[in-house]
Design a protein around this ligand. Structure first.
Ligand code: SAH
Length: 361
């Protein structure tokens, strides 16, 4: 027997080609394969049986030969600010998070690329849970697909790879997922509206730069010197800041620096001046991100006035800067926080801090 093919792991053009050949092989016209392909991403169907514009016999044959994999939605939280966070369970029981952030006419989806993360950034809840495994292409793009089944459907205008995981350490699957998100035969989301966020994983930056589409790159900088950055982001010893900045300068599109404001740690004026020099060096745009306190053990958010002072120093140095508003503070919306909270609730023995976190949640 021919093994079952996971059709949602293929880039849309390959999937269509495969389905057209299959239609012919079972005595149907090739266009029937294209019809089935439309139901992968453009007009998603929950199952082959649901592809009601196809003959019933073909639907049955398709279901024997291909799988149309689903992610199981196990939890949803809604913030008072409109942000929604979804927790999905994968086939092997791993759990991943997806956040939907509405803002005026935009709907941004923040998606995960790995279950857990190996990088251990000091303030990040995903880092604290450790690395479980890479996601497949269907599990990355599938987060968007599943949200099209929610009532009413969530239709993203923008995608950010800022959920769980380091996307550039899972390049083959992320590469395919980018095609699914961007292709007119996939979700058709413009490349400029799709942003990859990375700690500065250099081989991955080269791979992204080699793609012809204008996908956007955001780099988690978080500290303007190697000494400080290494205490926050262990990956800095493998890829020092100067090399990351050089890669950003070589990247042929404008990059964004992400900078989480950690009270008393990286938010002083001297840090702002150093950061300004780095940003000017590669023409970067700077996003100042208030710390999401949940899961960020030992850190406190910078005061709003301190963030404003920091932003003013950058602007005075002719660096473009935006101060992000924290979204979904009441629903544990930052990277890894929801999964962590649920695990903490289940565990019989939790620390006092854990207990406080979920009692107030
Ligand atoms: N691994 C990638 C993408 C995932 S995290 C990266 O590090 O860029 C997306 C962003 O959320 C990163 O900038 C990360 O540093 C930031 N982040 C993690 N925990 C946070 C928290 N508690 N508050 C605010 N931002 C956080």
């Amino acid at each position: 027997m021919t093994p079952v093919t996971r059709i949602l792991d293929l880039v849309p053009e390959d999937a269509e080609h495969t389905l057209r050949n299959f239609a012919v092989s079972v005595g149907e016209a090739p266009y029937r394969g294209s019809q089935a392909a439309r139901h992968l991403w453009q007009s998603p169907a929950r199952s082959f049986a649901d592809m009601s514009d196809l003959p019933a016999s073909l639907r049955e044959r398709l279901a024997e030969r291909f799988s149309l994999d689903r992610l199981e939605l196990v939890d949803e939280r809604r913030s008072t600010d409109g942000t929604r966070k979804f927790l999905f369970r994968l086939g092997d029981g791993q759990q991943i998070e997806t956040v939907a952030i509405p803002e005026r006419e935009r709907m941004t989806l923040c998606i995960s690329s790995q279950a857990g993360c190996a990088l251990q950034c000091a303030f990040c809840a995903t880092g604290a849970m450790g690395f479980a495994r890479n996601l497949n292409a269907f599990e990355i793009a599938g987060q968007v697909r599943e949200l099209s089944f929610v009532e009413p459907a969530i239709k993203p205008t923008n995608i950010v790879f800022m959920g769980m995981g380091e996307p550039l350490m899972n390049w083959p699957a992320v590469d395919a997922a980018l095609s699914i998100l961007n292709s007119p035969k996939g979700f058709g989301i413009g490349a400029r509206r799709i942003t990859l966020s990375t700690v500065g994983w250099l081989p991955g930056i080269e791979s992204l730069a080699a793609r012809k589409e204008q996908f956007r790159l955001a780099i988690s900088v978080h500290a303007p010197s190697d000494a400080l950055r290494a205490t926050l982001m262990p990956v800095n010893t493998k890829f020092p800041l100067a090399d990351v900045i050089a890669a950003a300068a070589r990247f042929d599109r404008r990059v964004t620096f992400e900078y989480v404001m950690l009270g008393g740690v990286n938010d002083q004026e001297a840090h702002a001046r150093e950061l300004a020099a780095l940003a000017r060096g590669c023409g970067a745009f700077v996003n100042l991100i208030p710390l999401h306190p949940g899961g960020a053990m030992g850190f406190t958010p910078s005061a709003a006035a301190q963030i404003d002072r920091f932003a003013r120093v950058l602007r005075a140095a002719k660096v473009e800067v935006a101060v992000r508003r924290s979204r979904g503070l009441d629903i544990a919306a930052a990277c890894g926080q929801l999964r962590t909270e649920r695990l903490a609730r289940r565990a019989p023995a939790t620390t006092d801090v854990d207990r406080q976190v979920h009692e107030t949640a």
